[in-house]
Ligand binder design. Structure first.
Ligand SMILES: [Zn+2]
Length: 144
């Protein structure tokens, strides 16, 4: 996970920065819908992951660089695979509404704040996943 986190932490604050610079009224509906959908009851773990990662995908789209978008999508795919394998409780990892500060910064066109908020979000997320993985491994050791 540390390698994926490292790449995400390098790429996604820049993606958020570009999204803030590129943001216009045509993006508003899609971004608001992605945020609202985080608060709808999840049907399954894959559904939960899809809803909670959608803001990252929408921002990658808004940033306007197809290569950044492709990188973000592939990083999210790998993250989802790891999360499905090692994280027993998705609710602890990433709750609804955690993208609010990033979204507000993007909407207001504040590029440097968007980058800072995204970095903060990813750091919190990666610390949690590293800790959860340790807990999970201890459980596995005890079970075996
Ligand atoms: Zn997130």
């Amino acid at each position: 996970m540390t390698e994926v986190s490292q790449v995400r932490l390098f790429i996604e604050p820049e993606v958020a920065r570009l999204a803030a610079l590129n943001f216009n009224a045509t993006h508003l509906k899609r971004l608001d819908e992605a945020e609202a959908n985080e608060h709808v009851a999840f049907k399954s773990a894959p559904d939960q992951i899809a809803r909670l990662t959608n803001v990252h995908k929408v921002l990658a789209h808004i940033c306007g660089n197809l290569f950044f978008e492709a990188i973000v999508r592939s990083m999210l795919k790998i993250t989802a695979e790891i999360v499905m394998t090692v994280v027993p409780d998705l609710d602890i990892l990433h709750g609804p509404g955690e993208h609010h500060a990033v979204i507000e910064a993007v909407k207001s066109g504040d590029a440097s704040r968007a980058a800072t908020e995204m970095a903060l979000h990813l750091k919190t997320f990666s610390i949690e996943i590293v800790e959860l993985e340790k807990v999970y491994r201890r459980h596995m050791m005890q079970a075996g």
